[in-house]
Write a protein that binds this ligand. Structure first.
Ligand code: THG
Length: 266
């Protein structure tokens, strides 16, 4: 499971002032903690600062890269911010978060993917909006995978995100995501799937319970990457144990290592 650590995001109340005041120590501390907790990518998002986003995102890139060798997940819909971040970036292949099948956004982001040789998260969304059925989601995913590979992007650099919506606003949203994950993984071998968990529980009490249960269901459907809080010991424990159960942890090595390190919540 490829873990994308979500904690450096200015929509989190404690992060917003840290980014605004360019508090290097606080951002570096959160980056290091996520790396120690087992993240494979560190997501950076300062989307709440619309006009200062290029400047702040590149500051985040430099600040985080100083303390970790992990690649970054550059989380912005804004091509100007993404370009500034990529110019500031040195290190292992980064992950752009994200492109969509909306024509203007696709055309603005694809040159960055090619020029900087990045991996890419592709959201199941096009100019007609967000799909309501797994069939519609698959059709968009199929189009995105085709367009990206035509541009020379390797299947292993593509992460399809079905876009999780709150189950409190539609009973079909849970099954749509799970079916989309299952079908993308079956029909496009080599492509990754990823998603953010927290939207699923929006509007419900005890949200963590719903997020955690959803994660396990999504792993059972084939999800091989997730944007989540790696400092949540319970959620990381569920990742390790679910991966054993779906046959993705040979000899239970990762699970046993996590146990030995005291990283499992039991
Ligand atoms: N797909 C893609 N990118 C995304 C999302 C997605 N980027 C943004 C978002 N959704 C994922 N990132 C976050 C970051 C923080 C929180 C939720 C989603 C958040 N964190 C709280 C915290 O850290 O304090 C609480 C975490 C918890 O306890 O669950 O709210 O869907 N491609």
């Amino acid at each position: 499971m490829i873990i994308i650590g979500e904690k450096i995001n200015t929509s989190i109340p404690s992060i917003r002032p840290a980014v605004e005041s360019q508090d290097t120590a606080q951002i570096q501390d959160i980056a290091q903690k996520q790396a120690e907790a087992g993240a494979h990518y560190i997501d950076v998002n300062c989307g709440t600062f619309a006009d200062k986003e290029p400047e702040l995102l590149s500051w985040l890139v430099r600040t985080v890269r100083e303390v970790t060798n992990l690649p970054l997940c550059l989380d912005s819909p804004n091509p100007k911010a993404l370009r500034a971040a990529l110019q500031a970036y040195t290190g292992p292949k980064p992950l752009i978060n994200s492109i969509t099948a909306e024509k203007a956004r696709f055309d603005a982001v694809i040159p960055l993917v090619k020029e900087y040789n990045t991996s890419i998260i592709a959201l199941c969304m096009d100019d007609s909006g967000m799909p309501e059925t797994a069939d519609a989601c698959l059709k968009i995913a199929d189009g995105l995978i085709n367009s990206l590979t035509k541009e020379g992007v390797a299947l292993s650099d593509i992460y399809i995100d079905p876009l999780v919506r709150p189950v409190s606003t539609g009973t079909h949203y849970g099954p749509v995501v799970l079916e989309t994950i299952r079908r993308v993984m079956a029909e496009f071998p080599g492509v990754h799937t990823t998603c953010g968990l927290s939207n699923v529980s929006y509007g419900l009490p005890a949200r963590k319970l719903v997020n955690r249960t959803f994660l396990v269901a999504a792993i059972a459907a084939g999800l091989d990457s997730a944007i989540l809080d790696p400092l949540d010991k319970v959620i990381m424990s569920l990742v390790y144990s679910a991966e054993v159960l779906v046959g993705k942890d040979e000899y239970c090595m990762n699970y046993l290592e996590a146990f030995r390190d005291g990283r499992l919540d039991v």
